[in-house]
Design a protein around this ligand. Structure first.
Ligand code: SAM
Length: 206
């Protein structure tokens, strides 16, 4: 939590309380089903919460922004972002029901009114969003196929509506068909070694 507070010094008391409860909530769920790799629980705030919040270093979503998290698993990056942006609406989708059960429970425990968990394949979602966020789900080619009809046409944020995907390593080949992709190095935001090769990939879609 100290890491989070140093990078996000303006959190409200409620946000600090919600973020600090995440560890216990996910530890409890991890004893029942494997939502977070067990070895990662040691560095839960760095590898999961801070990583998710890297998107907030790229864009501060305006109130009423609609965000879809595709393949959210137990709720990443969607849950930390929903805590940070309480005036935005988050739809968290995963095709595995028990992962969505975890998201539902965390949402309820933290009283997050801006999160809608949905058990579905991303391709089946027919609502429109301003941004689609994701981490560790599939390659960009397939991903863009799934969500190509998911964007609202009008943009009202500082970035045009589009994808904000957390990815790592050399992306030259994966992104060769995306000449409009913009890469934000997370190491410019955070100093921890874990973020050295990690990026937020932004692809405008409207
Ligand atoms: N995003 C989370 C994270 O970073 O912790 C979970 C990543 S996990 C490796 C990938 C998740 O994507 C799985 O929970 C899987 O069920 C989900 N997934 C894969 N294909 C999907 C699809 N077409 N629609 C919705 N969810 C999908």
């Amino acid at each position: 939590m100290t890491q989070i507070l140093s990078y996000f010094p303006n959190l409200t008391t409620l946000q600090k309380e919600q973020l600090s409860r995440l560890y216990d909530l996910y530890s409890d769920w991890n004893e029942k089903i494997n939502v977070i790799s067990r070895k990662d629980m040691d560095s839960f705030y760095e590898k999961h919460v801070l990583h998710s919040l890297a998107i907030a270093k790229v864009i501060s979503f305006k109130p009423k922004t609609q965000i879809l998290d595709v393949g959210t698993g137990g709720g990443f990056p969607g849950i930390p972002l929903a805590i940070l942006f309480p005036e935005c609406q988050f739809t968290l989708v995963d095709s595995i029901g028990k992962k969505i059960t975890v998201v539902e429970n965390v949402t309820e425990e933290l009283n997050l009114k801006n999160v809608s968990p949905i058990n579905s394949r991303a391709e089946k979602i027919d609502k429109k969003f301003d941004f689609v966020v994701s981490r560790a789900v599939t390659k960009m080619d397939a991903f863009t196929q799934w969500i190509q009809n998911s964007f609202r046409k009008e943009s009202f944020n500082i970035l045009k509506n589009g994808i904000l995907y957390l990815k790592g390593g050399d992306l030259t080949e994966e992104l060769q068909h995306f000449s409009n992709a913009r890469l934000y190095e997370i190491s410019n935001f955070y100093s921890e070694e874990f973020f050295e090769t990690k990026k937020v990939v932004y692809i405008p879609f409207s």
